[in-house]
Write a protein that binds this ligand. Structure first.
Ligand code: SF4
Length: 352
C-alpha cells in the first residue's frame, strides 16, 4: 500500500547556494525555520487520524537535508525513531543536492530510517547547470543517483526544463541520463520565473524568456512519454500552484493549477487522434480506457472530445477496467482498434 507523505518544509535550510531560479530567500526573507520535536510528533499524530490505516512516511522537503550540521539532522530525525520502531511511520524521505551525497551520508541516513532520497538534479547539461548557478555538475548527479541505489534506497530526480541555455533535446537527454543512472522516479518542473530571483532580473532585462505553457506542455508530453517508455514513474509535473505562488510572485513560465493534467491529456489526445484518424463523419465512436485515465482521455472541460469534434469525429469515452492504464480502444462497427500510449506513439524532440 502506498504511504501517505507527511511533509515538513525546511525552506533553504542547509543550502549553501543561491540558484538563479530559487526564491527561498526572497519568499522567507531569511532561512526558513526548522520544526521542533513536539511539532513533528503532533503533526504525524494528526495525519495518522485522517489517514486511517494507510502507512505514513515523514518527509523533509525544501532544503538541503544532508548539508545540515549533523546535530541538526539528528535533532530532526530523533523524534521519528520511536515512531519508526512502533510502526506509526514506515519510512522517512529527504530532499537534497547531489553534491551532498556520498556513501557515509547515505549509510547514516539509512540507519535512521530514511528510505527515499530526492535529488535536485535540474539538468544533466553542465553548461545549463553552470548558468543556473547550481555549483555542481552532471557527473555529481550521476554519482549521487548510483550511490543511493547502491545502498538499496529509492532515489528520485527532480528535473527543471527551460533554464537558460536549455533546449528540448537537452531536457530529454537529461531525463534519459537520470533514468540510465537508475532513478526510481522523477519530478519534472518546467521553469517558473519568480520575483526577486536572478532569473527575474534576466527576464526583466530581456536576456531570458522561459517557455510558456503551450510549449511547456509540448515538451513535458515528450518527457513523460520517454519516462513511461523507460518504465520510470513521473510523480509530479509542474510546480504546485498553492505554495505562495501568485500573480505577484510569478513573472513568467509554466504555472498552471493542473499543469500535469494538461500534459497527460495532451498525450492521450495524440493517441485518440491516431486511433480515430480517417473516421471523420462516421457514426459516433465509443472509446474505452482504463478508469484511471478517463479524465486524461476526455481532457479538462472535455477539451479533447471538443477537439475531435472539430475534426469531424464524434466520440464518447467510457471506463474499462480490463485495459492497461496506457491502453485506449475505439469500438468501430463491431471491430476494436486498440492503441498503446507507450508503444504506439512516436515523438520527434526537434519538433517541440
Ligand atoms: S540548492 Fe535548492 S534550496 Fe538551494 S538555492 Fe538551489 S534550488 Fe534553492
Amino acid at each position: 500500500m502506498k504511504a501517505v507523505t507527511v511533509p515538513f518544509f525546511i525552506s533553504h535550510q542547509g543550502c549553501p547556494h543561491t540558484c538563479i531560479f530559487c526564491d527561498q530567500r526572497t519568499v522567507s526573507g531569511a532561512p526558513g525555520s526548522l520544526p521542533g520535536n513536539a511539532e513533528i510528533v503532533a503533526k504525524i499524530a494528526a495525519w495518522r487520524l485522517s489517514a486511517g490505516g494507510t502507512p505514513l512516511e515523514a518527509a523533509f522537503f525544501g532544503g538541503t537535508f544532508s548539508a545540515l550540521p549533523i546535530e541538526v539532522r539528528e535533532q530532526l530525525l530523533a523524534p521519528l525513531q520511536p515512531l519508526l520502531a512502533s510502526g506509526e511511520i514506515t519510512s522517512v524521505r529527504i530532499s537534497t543536492r547531489p553534491d551532498h551525497i556520498d556513501a557515509d551520508t547515505v549509510e547514516w541516513l539509512a540507519e535512521r530510517g530514511v528510505r527515499t532520497i530526492e535529488l535536485g538534479v535540474q539538468s544533466m547539461d553542465d553548461a545549463v547547470l553552470d548558468s543556473a548557478g547550481r555549483g555542481h555538475d552532471a557527473a555529481s548527479s550521476e554519482a549521487a543517483i548510483r550511490c543511493v541505489k547502491a545502498h538499496g534506497l529509492s532515489v528520485g530526480a527532480q528535473l527543471m526544463s527551460g533554464l537558460p541555455g536549455d533546449t528540448p533535446s537537452k531536457a530529454l537527454r537529461s531525463l534519459e541520463r537520470v533514468i540510465a543512472a537508475g532513478a526510481d522516479f522523477v519530478r519534472i518542473y518546467p521553469v517558473v520565473v519568480l520575483a526577486g530571483t536572478e532569473l527575474a532580473r534576466r527576464f526583466a532585462a530581456g536576456e531570458y524568456c522561459p517557455p510558456g505553457i503551450e510549449q511547456g506542455v509540448r515538451l513535458c508530453k515528450v518527457l513523460l512519454h520517454a519516462a513511461m517508455q523507460g518504465g520510470v514513474p513521473v510523480v509530479r509535473i509542474g510546480l504546485q500552484a498553492d505554495r505562495g505562488l501568485n500573480a505577484d510572485s510569478v513573472l513568467a513560465g509554466c504555472l498552471h493549477p493542473a499543469f500535469g493534467q494538461l500534459v497527460r491529456s495532451e498525450l492521450y489526445f495524440d493517441m485518440l487522434c491516431r486511433l480515430t484518424s480517417g473516421r471523420a463523419g462516421a457514426a459516433p465512436l465509443s472509446i474505452r480506457c482504463h478508469p484511471s485515465r478517463i479524465s486524461d482521455c476526455i481532457g479538462q472541460g472535455r477539451v479533447n472530445l471538443e477537439r475531435l469534434r472539430q475534426q469531424g469525429v464524434s466520440a464518447s469515452v467510457r471506463p474499462d477496467a480490463s485495459l492497461l492504464r496506457e491502453e485506449v480502444v475505439v469500438d468501430l462497427f463491431g471491430r476494436c482498434i486498440k492503441g498503446n500510449v507507450i508503444s504506439d506513439l512516436y515523438f520527434n524532440i526537434n519538433e517541440v
